[in-house]
Write a protein that binds this ligand. Structure first.
Ligand code: GLU
Length: 454
């Protein structure tokens, strides 16, 4: 028998999406969220939403709430949720542990001093790595510096090893820690940088897989050393490629470009955003889907390509329309109800009109065409009289239109556009739109008579 604890396949995974609430999430962040969410859902695992909000100056409650709204809109629901700002006791305990282990040491250099040393190293052709001068400070020297009012920042002392991991996306990976500066974990004002709290939380919450953007590859060796120093199991890592804009630039939370809230406000369909976010830059073609589970089923981490994933706004727009045109009545019933599109006509109406929508909100106008009052363009008198005379009696169905226009063709000799176009303008007030054979029974005889006589 396979030992379920040793065989990764048998353990239900625990993953997390860990945004810092310093802005609203964009479609690139949604990619990370979805990849984690699908990974958990497909394996009966747990998906954690963690707010990395230790940066008090830039994190806000408003952004955190906004991110939750954005995730809910995407259909991503968390099994567990917490904020780092509530967990300082854990980070303080880990800090103690690192100090005990002799792996955390105080440094007093100002950023100007560090910058000066860096330039000297570069000038000498040496790699600009922190020289660990602070490790050689005596207790007395430290006391002197503190007496001058200097406060220490704290660095993690890296072991000079090559750290290796098998990345779920990128395969065998390694980083030589001798080529890295000892990372600062705690700032001069006592606040934590992202690295330590992230590892502490991943340990505490039993995270098994860290799936995140490849901008974090460089953090991985440091984090693996921290996991080991803190005595924990090292999770598996998967670093996905980053989405870049059509201009070739990376996406940024600060600029708000391609934010989820912006896309929602522009009327882009959720499932289009999700499909673009998940499938762009993978071996699976971007395609319309009808549900999030369908998308999860298409997707696999190993399908992600190794180069960056160029994102195309036009593709998103057209995908959104294709998604919209394929949505079943059941999947939009509530959204239609919210627009007061209800009753026995609602379903045939949706099926008739969905193919004409650029965005969902357009449906309201077509409902007015069917059920409300609209300005129309009258027929000329002869044609109108013939149209009224030939109008079939109810009940009407989808054959009524051809019966009526067949009779009108006979009666007037009109055909093609001459026959159909004036009728469309008289009945809908629009140059184009859903098939009239479908609209006619929805408009109904009474309204058709009104509009013809107008
Ligand atoms: N707060 C980090 C970020 O938003 C999380 C990185 C990680 O997943 O470890 O990039």
């Amino acid at each position: 028998m396979t030992d379920p604890v040793k065989s990764g396949d048998f353990i239900a995974p625990v993953v997390r999406f860990a945004p810092s609430p310093t802005g609203r999430i964009h479609i690139g962040n949604a990619r990370t969220a979805l990849l984690n969410y699908f990974f958990a859902r497909k394996r009966g695992g747990t998906f954690i939403l963690r707010f990395d909000d230790t940066d008090f100056e830039r994190s806000t409650e408003e952004f955190a709430l906004g991110i939750e709204v954005d995730l809910a809109w995407l259909g991503v629901t968390a099994d567990r949720k917490f904020r780092q700002s509530e967990r300082f006791a854990l980070y303080d305990a880990a800090t103690e542990k690192l100090k005990q282990a002799g792996r955390l040491y105080p440094c007093y250099e100002t950023s100007e001093e560090l910058e000066r040393r860096r330039r000297l190293q570069i000038a000498r052709g040496a790699p600009p790595i922190y020289d660990r001068a602070a490790l050689n400070l005596s207790a007395e020297e430290r006391a002197n510096l503190e007496a001058q009012g200097r406060r220490p920042h704290w660095r993690f002392k890296l072991a000079p090893d090559t750290v290796r991991w098998r990345d779920l996306v990128r395969g065998d990976s390694h980083i030589d820690c001798a080529s890295l500066s000892d990372p600062v974990l705690i700032r001069e004002d006592g606040s934590y940088l992202y690295t330590l709290p992230s590892v502490v939380d991943d340990l505490e919450s039993g995270v098994t897989h860290i799936i995140r953007g490849e901008d974090h590859v460089t953090n991985t060796a440091v984090q693996i050393q921290l996991f080991e120093t803190l005595g924990g199991r090292v999770p598996q890592f998967g670093h996905h490629n980053l989405l870049i804009g059509a201009d070739g630039q990376g996406l940024s939370k600060r600029t708000g470009a391609l934010s989820i809230s912006g896309l929602r406000e522009a009327g882009v369909e959720t499932l289009a955003v999700a499909a673009m976010a998940a499938l762009t830059g993978s071996a699976i073609p971007v395609q319309p889907v009808r549900s999030l589970p369908e998308l999860a089923g298409l997707f696999d981490l190993s399908a992600i390509s190794h180069s960056s994933a160029r994102f195309d706004d036009e593709e998103l727009k057209s995908l959104s329309q294709r998604v919209l045109h394929g949505l079943s009545y059941d999947s939009v019933r509530e959204r239609l109800e919210a627009l007061d599109i209800v009753g026995h006509k609602a379903e045939p109406f949706w099926l008739a009109a969905r193919g004409n929508l650029a965005v969902f909100a357009d449906i309201a106008d077509w409902w007015t065409v069917v059920a409300g009052e609209i300005p129309t363009q009258p027929l000329d008198a002869d044609f109108r009289d013939a149209a009224l005379a030939a109008l079939p009696a109810e009940p009407w169905d989808e054959t009524t239109w051809s019966a009526w226009t067949g009779a009108l063709k006979q009666a007037t000799g009109r055909k093609g556009r001459d026959l159909f176009h004036p009728l469309r303008l008289a009945l809908t007030g629009r140059e184009a739109g859903p098939e009239l054979a479908k609209l006619l029974p929805l408009i109904g005889r009474l309204k058709v008579l009104e509009r013809l006589r107008a």
